[in-house]
Design a protein around this ligand. Structure first.
Ligand code: NAD
Length: 270
């Protein structure tokens, strides 16, 4: 099979630049196009030069439709509004769509699911092998340690530029804990605490977010019982772990039947 041509949308972003670099280092894929939002100061720049891997002749443009027409897949770490739009375009173009964007609302997720009737979509709040393995461990731990004896809290820290909270990864880990407990996260999540909150409700899954500096992503799941505590943690030190996972997901999705898949499917962790 020929090399898979990938479009990076949000090519000037932190993840976008990392994706351009990882594509240049990975066999079996090449950068077919690079897209940024209209009005971005980076339009017209060479995507490889911007990513620090040397000029590659792929000029950052603002026309996703023509970019998608000449590609086999799109890697998307942008924002929810853009991602919903790209899901529609990728479905029209019948190409794989790998979505790393976090902070999507239930309505955004419904639109992405609708697009997945025609396109192969892999969406995950975290594309790294380590976090997806951690989610499996959290699910097992939550199943083994019942809600009467153990309280579950998810703590995350990210760099000062992050715009959504809790992080997509924290929610992914919360979902894993809820699955282990066979409860719905939406009915049990405590996403904010402030003021006189009252005592902790048994079975709640709590979240806390820290922001500062250049932290790529730290997550810890606390399972706290009377007299003992288990902490399951992941420390992301480099964005390339997410980019490598995204490229792996695109290669996995190529030629697969339409549907909405997760990184656990890609990594065979279920
Ligand atoms: P960033 O702000 O550095 O980059 C986002 C880029 O998308 C910007 O350059 C922006 O101009 C561009 N963009 C926005 N709208 C666009 C549009 N309509 N068309 C084209 N480009 C558009 O942010 P970041 O740190 O790279 O993170 C991006 C997203 O990826 C966030 O939601 C973040 O939480 C998520 N993320 C996910 C993972 C994962 O593994 N799933 C890992 C890291 C970050």
């Amino acid at each position: 099979m020929s090399d898979m041509g990938l479009v990076v949308v949000g090519a000037a972003g932190r993840m976008g630049q990392t994706l351009v670099r990882i594509i240049s280092e990975t066999d079996g894929v090449h950068l077919a196009a690079a897209v940024e939002r209209g009005g971005s100061p980076h339009l017209g720049r060479d995507a490889g030069e911007m990513a620090g891997v040397g000029a590659n002749g792929v000029i950052i443009g603002d026309d996703p439709l023509s970019a998608f027409a000449k590609a086999d897949g799109v890697l998307d770490f942008t924002g929810p509004v853009a991602t919903v739009e790209f899901a529609g375009y990728a479905a029209q173009a019948r190409i794989a769509h790998v979505i790393g964007t976090t902070g999507c609302s239930p309505e955004d997720d419904a639109a992405i699911s609708a697009a997945a009737r025609h396109a192969t979509i892999v969406k995950s709040g975290n594309m790294s092998l380590g976090v997806n393995l951690l989610a499996v461990l959290v699910e097992q731990a939550a199943r083994a340690l019942g809600p009467q004896d153990f309280d579950i809290e998810v703590l995350e820290m990210h760099h000062r530029h992050k715009v959504d909270a809790p992080s997509g990864t924290a929610l992914l880990l919360g979902e894993a804990a809820a699955r282990g407990r066979e409860i719905a996260l939406a009915d049990n999540a405590v996403r904010v605490r402030d003021g006189h909150t009252g005592a902790r409700r048994p079975g709640a899954i709590g979240f806390a977010s820290l922001r500062g500096g250049s932290v790529v992503g730290e997550h810890s799941v606390y399972l706290s019982g009377s007299g003992e505590r288990i902490v399951l943690s992941h420390d992301a030190q480099d964005r390339s772990i997410f980019a490598r996972g995204a490229v792996k997901a695109a290669l996995w999705a190529r030629g697969r039947k339409p549907g909405l898949y997760s990184m656990r499917d890609v990594l065979g962790l279920d």
